[in-house]
Unconditional design. Structure first.
Length: 232
């Protein structure tokens, strides 16, 4: 069992682990318990009633949070010609084709947070699967990062688009902002994510779909949220 520091244990005393708090109350508590010297990320864990071992119960996609995540994300776009120009005008940090593929393959360069590609580039980008795949950087149509609407894709990432994917335990982990955010903005970001997860509920998922929601800061303890009130 990992040992927690004094600050963590002191913060833990403020939480009733048997109670599921109202969203605003839970997030205000998370903010109050954040004691690190940096602006901690506020994270959410959503337990879903799905069996990820079955392909028809996978939950994966992306959503634009109304208030962003508080983090500036570096975007690489694989595109040529007019689409490359569109990417640059939309604010992409790096744009290229064969040159970028070679830079990643030969130099091991990974100076970006999100990779976007036009569909015609995927034959070339596919060679990077072993490098980008394990790091979650491979462009994917399910998350909107393989598209001809390059400008829109870049703008969404810059505006606060996050990707989500259910893990082997049936849990979605995602950032919803920083502790410096107003509680209201954190609640709205949380609501947007939960509503999106409800929209993409697999038809094969039976019984209770959302089984639990917990929020925490990077260094703080988790706080249970009454998820029935998130979308109320």
């Amino acid at each position: 069992m990992p040992k927690h520091g004094k600050k963590f244990m002191d913060a833990l005393k403020k939480v009733d682990r048997t109670v599921a708090y109202d969203p605003a109350e839970a997030l205000a508590l998370v903010k109050d318990m954040a004691t690190a010297k940096f602006d901690e990320t506020v994270e959410v864990a959503v337990k879903l009633g799905v069996d990820p071992r079955h392909a028809d119960q996978q939950v994966r996609g992306a959503v634009v949070l109304p208030h962003g995540t508080g983090k500036t994300r570096t975007v690489l776009v694989f595109a040529k010609g007019e689409k490359a120009k569109e990417a640059e005008e939309a604010g992409a940090d790096f744009v290229g084709a064969e040159d970028m593929v070679a830079k990643i393959q030969q130099e091991g360069w990974l100076g970006f947070d999100v990779a976007i590609a036009t569909p015609d580039m995927m034959g070339m980008v596919g060679r990077l699967g072993r490098i980008l795949g394990p790091r979650g950087l491979m462009p994917n149509p399910k998350t909107g990062t393989v598209t001809f609407d390059i400008a829109q894709a870049v703008r969404e990432v810059k505006a606060g688009k996050i990707e989500y994917r259910v893990d082997k335990a049936g849990i979605i982990h995602a950032p919803i902002g920083k502790v410096s955010f107003d509680t209201t903005k954190l609640v709205e970001n949380l609501r947007t994510l939960i509503e999106q997860l409800i929209r993409v509920k697999p038809a094969a998922a039976k019984g209770q779909y959302i089984k639990g929601v917990t929020v925490c800061s990077t260094m703080g303890p988790g706080v249970k949220v009454n998820y029935t009130k998130i979308t109320a």
